[in-house]
Write a protein that binds this ligand. Structure first.
Ligand SMILES: [Zn+2]
Length: 296
């Protein structure tokens, strides 16, 4: 995995307000300390060197629901916070769509839609998020992120495919088609796990790079004629977008490999790690070309 140079460029844009903010906070803290000390001990000499500031990406985890609400959302939020601490990115969690404003978004490297559902952003918030992506921001969609914002065509292209239906929760075999990507490089060629496996309205393969697809012979209710992507990524409208269909169950977030999968996705979408540009995955020979309905 290569360090992404564009991150450095974007980081300087993103981090400037953060540094200013942190520096202000440090100054305020120093000020508060000196005021306290005035009341008890002689004032300390002011320090000349600024406090060391660690530059790290900032990720917003958004889990607002306007439709079905997954019981695993609190576990998912807790997991994202843990992953941030383990891997060195700041995590801010919210269900407040007002956080989708120009000022807040300009401080972020990536926004995770964690099991969002339905119409969660108003028109102005949607425009701010589109601008964030166009400025090189990252998007990670988890599970019902594909069951979100059906009336926002840009979002449909960003996420790659919308939810249609799902069979019961059950084990399945996942073919890991691309094991060079940061979110899949740690996975076995065939990944056995249990989750709620979405059927999508359209096959996203023509528009994205598919990372993993479900072996529809390994479970009941496949529903996508044998070509069933379940995780993918693409460069989209100036930014980066990743989606994974897993994450319905609480148990998912305790799986070491699923946690690594999410971590790799966030690090890629944040621009911390990169992957060489590649051609789109070829279609399996026995599958008819899906209709490309998501094109603008
Ligand atoms: Zn679900």
């Amino acid at each position: 995995m290569n360090i992404n140079l564009s991150w450095a460029r974007r980081a300087s844009r993103v981090l400037t307000p953060i540094l200013a903010c942190v520096t202000s906070a440090a100054l305020l803290l120093a000020f508060a300390e000196s005021v306290e000390q005035d009341q008890s001990t002689p004032p300390r000499k002011p320090t000349s060197a600024p406090r060391k500031v660690v530059e790290q990406p900032r990720v917003l985890v958004f889990s607002k629901t306007a439709g079905f609400r997954h019981g695993s959302i609190p576990t998912g939020i807790k997991t994202m916070v843990e992953l941030g601490k383990e891997h060195g990115f700041d995590v801010v969690t919210t269900e407040d769509p007002a956080r989708f404003n120009e000022k807040e978004l300009s401080t972020l490297s990536c926004v995770v839609f964690l099991n969002t559902t339905g119409d969660v952003l108003d028109d102005a918030q949607q425009k701010h998020f589109e601008t964030f992506i166009r400025n090189g921001g990252g998007y990670v969609g988890v599970h019902s992120a594909a069951d979100t914002e059906y009336d926002w065509p840009w979002y449909g292209r960003l996420v790659g495919a919308w939810f249609k239906t799902h069979p019961r929760i059950q084990p399945a075999k996942i073919n890991v088609e691309d094991r060079t990507f940061p979110a899949t490089s740690m996975l076995p060629p065939v990944w056995d796990r249990t989750d709620e496996w979405y059927v999508y309205r359209d096959n996203p393969r023509p528009n994205v790079t598919v990372l993993m697809s479900l072996d529809e012979t390994s479970y009941e209710g496949g529903g996508m004629n044998g070509d069933h992507p379940t995780s993918w990524y693409h460069d989209f409208d100036g930014g980066r977008a990743f989606y994974t269909g897993g994450g319905h169950t609480n148990e998912s977030y305790a799986e070491p490999l699923f946690r690594k999968h999410l971590t790799g996705a966030i690090m890629w979408a944040s621009g911390i790690v990169n992957t060489p540009a590649k051609k789109r995955s070829p279609l399996p020979a026995n599958v008819d070309k899906p209709v490309d309905v998501l094109k603008p």
